[in-house]
Design a protein around this ligand. Structure first.
Ligand SMILES: C[S@@+](CC[C@H](N)C(=O)[O-])C[C@H]1O[C@@H](n2cnc3c(N)ncnc32)[C@H](O)[C@@H]1O
Length: 314
């Protein structure tokens, strides 16, 4: 039985959840159904899977919306790679506040997008941003990329600046593969290779200083930066074909000290700051990084590297 076809098997537990999935995706609820979901799928209100806010997963979404021009610039290049008919159902995996989801929806005049994020703040901001413009064509859900509740649902998956926050790429790519219909595509970009290596060295040095060591010494990296070969192999293990991966340098110059400090605090060292117990230490940590960046030539340059991923489900 192909994943997208009808079958006459007796009701299985996942079927009980199917009606809410159909409401979520706006798909017809009668006749031959091609949407499958596992029992562990959506909660009964089918929009919030994470019941309690997990601070490490939360973002200051209004600050991110304002500061995310670098991510939006990179993401627009990823969207320009898409070859769309215009009526597809696409997953935006790690949508943030939805700035790029909006561009994706504009390229899909007859299609729909499920925008997914693990952060409730991000999802709420994305909902507020997208639904007045796109109504039911945009659905925003809170879910974890390592526990995707879809099976053979999407024509395509887009993801930008999100996968490096997921430490288990085998599990991530298996879930994405499973979420795609046969023939479905993945176009993504995330941090990779030597991404922010200079900043990371500075963060490591700070973690051993007396002020920060009690909270940050031994704190494992919250990011996984694969290289092109490693990512290609991980996609292949998940079952993908037509795999293309590449690294590109994306040096990003911020305007001044204030912009640098706010950007680094909101986008990069969020989880490190969570571990520091008082505002004085959090301010000191960001200030030390900004001081060092001020002495660089040019000052306030982030040494970003992006990993491009393109693949297809057979
Ligand atoms: C830097 S933002 C990128 C947002 C948007 N794609 C963009 O390019 O502006 C990374 C996003 O990935 C989300 N994210 C990180 N880990 C995730 C996970 N395990 N499951 C779902 N979303 C995740 C974060 O909550 C955040 O919204």
């Amino acid at each position: 039985m192909s994943p997208g076809s009808c079958d006459n098997r007796p009701a299985l537990p996942w079927r009980e959840k199917r009606a809410s999935i159909h409401r979520l995706l706006g798909a017809p609820q009668t006749g031959c159904q091609r949407i499958r979901v596992y029992e562990r799928g959506f909660s009964s209100n089918h929009s919030i899977m994470t019941q309690f806010k997990n601070p490490v997963r939360e973002w200051n979404s209004s600050a991110y919306h304002r500061l995310s021009q670098p991510q939006v610039t990179w993401g627009k290049k990823v969207l320009s790679r898409l070859r769309l008919r215009g009526d597809e159902l696409v997953l935006d995996a790690g949508c943030g506040t939805g700035r790029l989801t909006a561009d994706l929806l504009q390229a899909l005049p007859g299609g729909r997008v499920v925008a997914l994020d693990v952060s409730q703040n991000m999802a709420r901001s994305a909902r507020e941003f997208l639904q007045p413009q796109f109504g039911g064509r945009a659905r925003v859900i809170v879910a974890d990329l390592v526990d995707l509740p879809f099976a053979a649902v999407f024509d395509g998956i887009v993801s930008t600046a999100a996968f490096h926050w997921v430490l288990d790429h085998d599990r991530l790519f298996r879930g994405l593969f499973q979420s795609l219909r046969p023939g479905g595509w993945l176009q993504a970009q995330c941090g990779g290779g030597q991404n922010i290596a200079r900043l990371t060295r500075r963060m490591d040095a700070l973690a051993s200083k007396a002020d920060f060591a009690p909270f940050l010494a031994g704190f494992p990296s919250p990011w996984l930066y694969q290289n092109a070969e490693g990512a290609s192999e991980t996609l292949r293990r998940a079952g993908f074909i037509d795999i293309q991966t590449s690294l590109e340098s994306a040096p990003t110059l911020l305007d001044d000290r204030r912009h640098y400090a706010e950007f680094v605090k909101t986008v990069i060292v969020r989880t490190h700051l969570e571990r520091l117990p008082v505002a004085r230490l959090r301010d000191l940590y960001v200030s030390e990084l900004a001081d060092q960046a001020a002495n660089d030539d040019p000052p306030f340059l982030l040494d970003y590297w992006r990993l491009n991923l393109s693949a297809r489900k057979p």
